[in-house]
Design a protein around this ligand. Structure first.
Ligand code: ADP
Ligand code: MG
Length: 701
């Protein structure tokens, strides 16, 4: 890689040691290359000039050309401001500053032609622009001109050192002058030709200084293409290596356990989706390659049953299996479910969690090692080094995002050969996103709910309708149902959230007084045992209402609960709302989700509530979520570290392109799996460079 790109940023003209320090701290820009790849977040068309006479109050950013006819200092205290009267011959407008007044007044002259840029406002019958950009209409010789002006994100600290967007643009201008003719291509010539891409040189130039809209579009496409392509190439190559390196246990037969279960214990017909997914799993575990599969399915879609049947196949082939759950409550629930399903079958199932007593633990360890214990269910306790299996063949990981990469890797060490792995998640993830954040995993989807479920009805109510809501809850309790009321919680320690819940709990206790009603409460400030005890009361049907923060979000199963009330809905993200709603609708009766909000709602909040009331389809919701927020906040992407590393592509919005470049990468590896061919030399080099940089794109490595 050419050295000048690696040069420290302080050597760029216009930077110097002090600014270099700031750029490092604030934006993570250390080298010329980092700055070169610091892309604008928006562009504003500077090719058009508006006339003041044609303005109307709804205009976005505008550009006008004219002269200042006079200044006036107005107001006092923090209302003190400088007003410049600006006219272009068709009308006049006020330019207003609240900061840097005397400096600005000194630097601007009357009767000189200026270009003024900003968002016009309308007040007291007059147009104004607050804190406009003002520049002379004479062009500076050393400035690259562009039709579209790039805007860069900056920070308060940077602005204080005059590193605002325009200054950053100026630095990049200097950089591009230095780098002229020196930027080397990073994609092979045949790809540039075949996929009609701009050269890297041209793309980088136009991303910062677009000569026109068409070139900006092409530059963006080229850079996104490259970014996503290398991610997919990296993932697919690692996957190829893994498949070649690791053999998997072969579960060749279906035997007495699965057959007996199927014939005698299975209380219902499998859904079509469950059958399909089981087929996919059986193909994997019979192939001689290690399975690494993500099973996605909405809450209540019947993933647990699929997991159980997969485990029975492992047992049929003489192996042990385990389920790892993120919390003790969930581990307990899995144990109950599994025990119910396996009633009267001669299978040994054990439970291991943080609170398993030492004496019990000792026996468990023994039975695991001698193979007597066939299925182990537990929490993180499962991956402790002291836990040794005789022959662990299959690991089910439930609600995977709660487990880190390192923790999962530990499971591998329990055998000389890695067990098959099935990761289950109820957070629906759009396909293209899954392909990237769980890159190395194959994906199965259960996209069908068991029959007979009544879709949950979702209603939006303003806080002023609270009494009506209470009335409705009483009716439901009359009918023997139970109710969740959930309050938002951003951080477990946030006092304010706790207060919301406390106040809420009080008013609910008043509205639902004992002895007729009983209410339990769970929040982040309680000790684990207290939490579990309160939860247990609700699970067992001993309390009518469970008031809680989002601690109940994951996995809890109380089929008799038929109403989920969500308070301050506007403060929840979409995927969280969907998760919460999934706590109800698990029994046979009609279930409801009530979204409570104040009157004032942002547009985004309104969109979230709209989609929630319109559909129960988790994938549709996930897609919308991704589009509303981009990928940065989506669960899983943060953990993967990938989202923050992308410079230009967006995993949410660039779904089609992801699929496209993945197919291309696939095709290349098909013909040249080690990237040894001459024409692919550049690909191999780039991959090396990328993997040195930091992120390991595969989740299990
Ligand atoms: P998930 O883990 O995907 O949220 P579960 O496995 O807990 O869903 O299943 C939810 C409920 O549906 C359970 O009570 C389960 O017994 C039941 N169930 C699973 N599969 C079927 C099916 N094919 N037909 C009817 N009920 C089913
Ligand atoms: Mg589940």
């Amino acid at each position: 890689m050419p050295d000048y790109l690696n040069q420290e940023i302080k050597f760029l003209s216009g930077v110097g040691p002090k600014r270099a320090e700031l750029l490092k701290k604030e934006l993570g820009i250390y080298t010329f290359e980092d700055l070169l790849y610091y892309f604008p977040f928006k562009y504003i068309d500077r090719s058009k000039f508006y006339k003041i006479s044609e303005l109307n109050p709804n205009f976005p950013y505008i550009q006008i050309k004219g002269k200042i006819s006079g200044f006036e200092m107005m107001g006092g205290g923090n209302k003190k401001r400088l007003v410049a009267f600006f006219s272009d011959g068709t009308g006049s407008i006020e330019l207003i500053w609240f900061k840097g007044l005397s400096y600005i007044q000194k630097s601007l002259m009357q009767n000189t032609e200026y270009i003024v840029f900003g968002k016009p406002g309308y007040f007291n019958g007059k147009y104004n622009i607050i804190h406009p950009e003002v520049e002379t209409s004479l062009k500076n010789q050393n400035t690259i001109s562009a039709k579209l002006q790039a805007h860069y994100n900056t920070t308060e600290k940077l602005k204080k050192s005059f590193l605002h967007s325009k200054a950053i643009s100026k630095l990049i201008n200097n950089l591009l002058i230095v780098l002229k003719g020196k930027i080397q291509e990073t994609l092979p010539a045949y790809m540039i030709r075949e996929y009609k891409l701009l050269s890297l040189d041209e793309a980088l130039f136009n991303i910062h200084f677009p000569q026109n809209n068409d070139l900006l579009r092409k530059a963006t496409y080229r850079l996104k293409f490259e970014e996503l392509f290398y991610i997919q190439l990296n993932i697919l190559q690692k996957r190829t290596i893994r498949i070649h390196k690791w053999n998997g246990y072969v579960f060749s037969k279906v035997g007495k356990y699965l057959n007996q279960f199927y014939d005698e214990n299975l209380p219902f017909k499998l859904t079509g989706a469950q059958k399909r997914v089981l087929k996919e799993i059986r193909k994997d575990i019979g192939s001689g390659k290690q399975m690494n599969r993500l099973l996605q399915g909405d809450v209540g879609s019947g993933k647990t049953l699929v997991a159980l049947m997969s485990m029975l196949i492992a047992l049929d082939n003489g192996f042990q299996a385990c389920i790892m759950a993120p919390t003790e409550i969930l581990a307990n629930q899995h144990l109950e479910t599994v025990n119910d399903f396996l009633e009267r079958m001669p299978i040994n199932v054990g439970l291991l969690t943080g609170s398993t007593k030492n004496s019990v633990r000792k026996e468990l360890h023994e039975n695991l090692q001698n193979g007597e214990l066939q299925i182990l269910i537990g929490t993180h306790a499962l991956i402790e080094d002291t836990v040794q299996f005789k022959n662990l063949g299959l690991v089910i990981i439930d609600e995977q995002h709660r487990f880190g990469v390192a923790q999962r890797a530990k499971l591998w060490k329990k055998n000389e050969q890695p067990p098959h792995i099935l990761v289950m998640t109820a957070t629906p993830i759009p396909r293209t996103l899954a392909m990237t954040i769980y890159g190395d995993l194959d994906v199965s989807v259960i996209d069908e709910l068991p029959p007979g479920r009544k879709p949950i009805q979702t209603i939006h109510l303003y806080d002023s309708k609270r009494l009506r809501m209470f009335g409705f809850l009483k009716e439901q309790i009359e009918k023997g149902r139970q109710i969740y009321i959930v309050y938002p919680l951003i951080k477990e320690s946030e006092k304010m959230d706790y207060k919301d819940l406390e106040d809420g709990y009080e008013s609910i206790s008043r509205a639902f007084p004992p002895p007729k009603y009983s209410v339990s409460v769970v929040h982040g400030q309680m000790k684990a045992e207290e939490k579990d005890a309160a939860m247990e009361l609700f699970v067992k049907g001993k309390t009518h209402i469970m008031v809680a923060t989002t601690v109940i979000e994951v996995g809890v199963n109380v089929p008799n609960a038929s109403v989920m009330v969500i308070e301050s809905t506007e403060r929840f993200g979409l995927s969280q709302l969907h998760q919460l709603r999934g706590r109800v609708g698990r029994g046979a009766s009609q279930s409801y989700c009530v979204l409570m909000t104040g009157f004032k709602l942002s547009n985004e909040a309104r969109k979230r509530i709209d989609i929630m009331t319109k559909t129960n389809d988790g994938f549709e919701i996930a897609e919308t979520d991704l589009k509303l927020r981009g990928h940065g906040d989506i669960e899983g992407t943060q953990q993967s570290g990938l989202a923050f590393d992308l410079k230009i592509a967006n995993l949410g919005r660039d779904g089609q392109l992801i699929q496209y470049v993945r197919d291309i990468a696939d095709g290349i590896l098909d013909n040249d799996s080690d990237l040894k061919k001459t024409e692919n030399q550049m690909l191999a080099n780039q991959l090396k460079k990328i993997s040195k940089k930091k992120v390991d794109f595969s989740v299990i490595s």
